[in-house]
Design a protein around this ligand. Structure first.
Ligand SMILES: [Zn+2]
Length: 79
């Protein structure tokens, strides 16, 4: 699953919609318009789903990195 993100048209900053989806689900709802209150400029924005892009939540890669590190330590102790 990936996090649905939009770009604020006023500040150009990335807004996470707080919706986790994947590209297959996204293509089935691409005609839907999502309305949300922007946390950067405080204005309500309406984003067509088809203008959204998907990003991997940053904490996922951090957890993956930690797990990778632990595996390396475990492998090192075995050999
Ligand atoms: Zn905004």
């Amino acid at each position: 699953m990936r996090s649905l993100t939009f770009t604020c048209p006023r500040t150009g900053r990335v807004i996470e919609a707080g919706v986790n989806t994947d590209s297959r689900t996204l293509s089935s709802v691409r005609t839907v318009t999502l309305r949300l209150q922007c946390g950067y400029c405080g204005m309500p924005h309406a984003f067509p789903i088809e203008s959204a892009f998907l990003s991997q939540p940053s904490y996922w890669s951090a957890r993956k990195a930690i797990r990778f590190g632990l595996d390396r330590i475990r492998n090192g102790s075995v050999s």
